[in-house]
Design a protein around this ligand. Structure first.
Ligand code: AMP
Length: 403
């Protein structure tokens, strides 16, 4: 079975085509600047050179049509016909309280995703455009929605409620949801598999540290807490996001600087974090380069970033009442030996001990970076959210066909 995985944004669309017989990627690519006459399609077949094309792509339906053209193209294509795509899986950021696992897309599911637009105004409408576009271009092909929030639906009430008047939860569903769930679920399962231990026996903290960053406390294979909240702004300091701050800063700044709601939103989401403190970049590679040259702002940004990570890990060890495994994943977590060493250095009170040589190796595979006498297993696990979407899609469509 071939499965197309789609991550649709408001002006972009990423795709990966999987052959589920061996879970191999046949091709991947992206369309950028949708809505413009200079949209760019980049198509990367696994066994052939990359193709780039600039053209007018005004909507998601045209974008998907162009992707189909490439997938069946005589030179850069990987399929004879689009009929060889048996199902499509979509990343959907917000599933609210309605979805605790992936689902086949039906009219009711679409309605529900629409109802959740309020909670993810930048993401869910774009995902809907992707789903509707596939409906038009590949009519009758089953689609599956895989939610970033689903894994965290197991959080207990005391972890997901904010200490604000309850009417706000009842009326508007203001609560903590958490994100990156597909990644936290995948890497915690991979960690248990690597260690050869049942996940039900393990207390795990997964650190997804990329451009966006979040932690999850995983007990019995279930998320019991996570650092992002109602939106992906809460929690750790990130590339351009502030993470936790005193909520009183928002009205105070709005009043002092005469800011509108969208301006303060943009400040906290796009102009804060590593970027604001370093004055250099939101990219950890550039922060590390600047630190190596002795830049004080970069040093401070790195110190704040890792200090907050350590504090969260400490609090999640308390939430779990112990810690067996710590997992680093995503762009920074998988690639920055410096960050991992710095974070773990301050966790000796938990019995975390790194093997500094093992920590330096980059492999693209699951690996242990803790020393033999560490009380906590520390692992680097490459995340693969697209593969989880492909697997969930495959399993749901297979069971649907059998049922
Ligand atoms: P992600 O959001 O998971 O794709 O992560 C992207 C981020 O990973 C980039 O913005 C970089 O900050 C970071 N990153 C990628 N490679 C490295 C590296 N070798 N060292 C440090 N950070 C890296």
């Amino acid at each position: 079975m071939n499965i197309l995985v789609i991550n649709a944004g408001s002006s972009s669309l990423k795709y990966q085509l999987y052959n589920m017989t061996d879970e191999s990627v046949l091709a991947k690519g992206k369309v950028e600047r949708i809505g413009m006459d200079t949209a760019m399609l980049t198509h990367e077949p696994t066994d052939a050179p990359e193709v780039r094309e600039v053209s007018e792509i005004l909507d998601h339906t045209t974008a998907i049509r162009k992707v189909m053209d490439k997938l069946v193209h005589p030179e850069c294509g990987v399929l004879k016909s689009v009929d060889e795509i048996q199902a499509v899986g979509h990343r959907v950021v917000h599933g609210g309280e309605s979805f605790s696992s992936s689902v086949i897309v039906t009219q009711e599911v679409k309605q529900e995703i629409k109802r959740l637009f309020d909670l993810a105004p930048l993401h869910n409408p774009a995902h809907m455009m992707g789903i509707n576009a596939v409906d038009q271009v590949l009519p009758g092909v089953p689609q599956v929605a895989v939610f970033d929030t689903a894994f965290h639906q197991t959080m207990p009430q005391h972890a997901y409620l904010y200490a604000i008047p309850k009417i706000l939860y009842r009326k508007y569903k203001i609560r903590r949801y958490g994100f990156h769930g597909t990644s936290h679920a995948y890497v915690s399962a991979q960690a248990a598999k690597f260690l050869g231990r049942p996940i039900e026996d393990l207390k795990i903290i997964t650190c997804h540290i990329g451009n966006g960053a979040s932690l999850s406390a995983v007990k019995d294979g279930k998320s019991v807490d996570t650092s992002m909240g109602m939106t992906p702004l809460e929690g750790l300091m990130m590339g351009t996001r502030s993470g936790d701050l005193d909520p009183a800063i928002v009205p105070f700044t709005m009043a002092k600087q005469d800011l509108a709601i969208h301006e303060v939103n943009s400040m906290l989401n796009k102009h804060s974090g590593l970027l604001a403190i370093s004055n250099i970049s939101s990219d950890m590679r550039e922060i590390e380069e600047a630190m190596a040259e002795g830049d004080k702002n970069a040093e401070l940004a790195f110190e704040m970033y890792t200090y907050r990570l350590r504090k969260y890990i400490g609090s999640y060890a308390a939430a779990l009442n112990g810690l067996d495994v710590m997992v680093f994943t995503a762009g920074v977590g998988e690639n920055s030996a410096t960050l991992r060493a710095h974070v773990c250095e301050g966790l000796s009170f938990l019995g975390v001990k790194l093997d500094l040589e093992a920590n330096k190796i980059r492999s693209g595979e699951v690996r242990r970076i803790s020393s033999a006498d560490s009380k906590v297993e520390v692992l680097v696990v490459p995340t693969n959210e697209e593969l989880v979407i492909a697997r969930d899609t495959f399993n749901l469509v297979q069971s649907g066909n059998q049922g």
